[in-house]
Design a protein around this ligand. Structure first.
Ligand SMILES: Cc1cc2nc3c(=O)[nH]c(=O)nc-3n(C[C@H](O)[C@H](O)[C@H](O)COP(=O)(O)OP(=O)(O)OC[C@H]3O[C@@H](n4cnc5c(N)ncnc54)[C@H](O)[C@@H]3O)c2cc1C
Length: 400
């Protein structure tokens, strides 16, 4: 594959695109990053970083920055709304497998802000904020992107394009790459409050998945607040779902409080399980949400997207600097796509089923099974390896 422009274009400056741009730029590859927004998008989605993601990003300095901005969470609980704690998993048991045996909670926009600041310091980095990818042309010698900026079309050229432009990826659509899978009928509501749940529920962890046939929820501690995630029935509009009344009711369901809650964050998301039919068209690659979407129960979407760009940029850097021929690029999709299906989808779907099960007998059986896994040292260790994404990365050969 010829190189004419000595430049990689990254479409989308979310967490995955920004990290891709930084890893390439730090390796001496000139990068253009095209981002539709004017600055960091205040996005209340991802907050969990798993141990191997922290290991893999250590050398880049990203792990140190996340650690400085984040909260170390050593345990994860499965709970039942009526019964309370069902099972607790101690991530620190993985200390012989990883340098970071815990979940780190840090909002994704803090990662993006840090990476933008780092990118701005590197010569050869062209940051195009307020630019939206509109057309793509690719041939034997180059890839050309037209981006809409202030009502005009700006032409940008490079040798490779990485589409990191999120779930509704324009890159994926322009390449006519199918995105099969499903969209859940319910939406997912997020509320953040500074109320100290642990003062009132002393046995909780910082990460709690709570089962209930109707009102299951996830309760997470992040550095300066607690966040809940709850399902919203399909017949309820997004506006009604984010109303004060609805948010107060969701929070009261977790811990009744006569004074009501101070709500500092509210957001609603539609959630899907989808994987692109291919991660590559010639010079164009997909990564992150552009390539795969999953439900947030397990905190795997962004982690998986970061694993994508760690794999892809390692390969691009080796090829760029002549340490490998271009066949190394062909290894990206087989390394990453099966894990989106076998690990990310399988585990997140299993987690959702566990939390929302309505049949009382199945539900009791599922919770018993979680108790049994937690009580068995070998099974709980395997559960930890799987839920921390270590098994997935080992299977795909990204870590030993
Ligand atoms: C409620 C919720 C909670 C979650 N929690 C977790 C978690 O704890 N851990 C985890 O690992 N994952 C989590 N996820 C998933 C995670 O948020 C996503 O996987 C992650 O944001 C993907 O990053 P990305 O950079 O691929 O895409 P995005 O974050 O969507 O970024 C895409 C970027 O591209 C830009 N863009 C879009 N179109 C264009 C265009 N045409 N031209 C230029 N720019 C464009 C957008 O402005 C955006 O900045 C959660 C998801 C949800 C819904």
């Amino acid at each position: 594959m010829k190189r004419t422009h000595n430049r990689v274009i990254v479409a989308g400056g979310g967490p995955v695109g920004a990290v891709a741009a930084l890893l390439l730029a730090r390796a001496g590859i000139p990068v253009t990053m095209i981002e539709r927004a004017q600055d960091v998008v205040l996005d209340y989605r991802a907050s969990t970083f798993h141990p191997p993601t922290l290991d893999l990003l250590e050398e880049s300095g990203i792990t140190a920055a996340l650690t400085a901005m984040g909260l170390v969470c050593p345990t994860v609980q499965i709970r039942d709304r009526e019964i309370g704690k069902i099972a607790e998993f101690d991530v620190t048991r993985l200390k012989n497998e990883t340098g970071h045996p815990y979940r780190l909670q840090c909002e994704q926009f803090k990662l993006v802000g840090f990476v933008y600041r780092e990118l701005a310091k590197i010569a050869g980095v062209d940051l195009r904020f307020g630019h939206e990818v509109a057309t793509i042309d690719h041939g034997d010698h180059e890839v050309t992107v037209e981006a809409e900026h202030d009502g005009d079309l700006v032409t940008l050229r490079g040798d490779i394009l990485i589409g990191c432009d999120g779930g509704r990826s324009t890159v994926r659509k322009l390449m006519a790459i199918a995105f099969p899978g499903l969209t859940y009928p319910e939406q997912f509501l997020i509320a953040g409050t500074r109320f100290d749940f642990r003062a009132h529920m002393p046995d909780i962890s910082s990460v709690n998945y709570t089962a209930d046939p109707i009102r299951w929820f996830m309760l997470l501690q992040i550095p300066d607040m607690w966040r809940i995630l709850v399902p919203v029935a399909p017949e309820i509009s997004a506006d009604d779902a984010v109303s004060d009344e609805s948010l107060q009711s969701s929070l009261q369901n977790i811990c009744p409080r006569p004074d009501g809650y101070d709500i500092v964050v509210r957001a609603i998301y539609r959630v899907h399980q989808r994987v692109a039919e291919t991660y590559r068209r010639d010079r164009i690659f997909l990564a992150g949400d552009a390539a795969h979407l999953n439900n947030p129960l397990g905190g795997m979407g962004l982690n998986g997207g970061l694993h994508d760009v760690i794999s892809l940029t390692d390969r691009l850097i080796a090829w760029w600097h002549g340490r490998a021929d271009e066949t190394i690029l062909a290894g990206y999709e087989p390394q990453r796509r099966p894990e989106a299906i076998n690990a990310i989808h399988a585990i997140t779907a299993r987690n959702k089923k566990l939390l929302e099960e309505r049949d009382p007998q199945v539900r009791a059986r599922n919770l018993d099974e979680m108790r049994a896994i937690a009580a068995d040292p070998e099974r709980s260790y395997q559960y930890l390896l799987d839920s921390a994404m270590i098994s997935s990365l080992r299977r795909s050969g990204m870590i030993r």
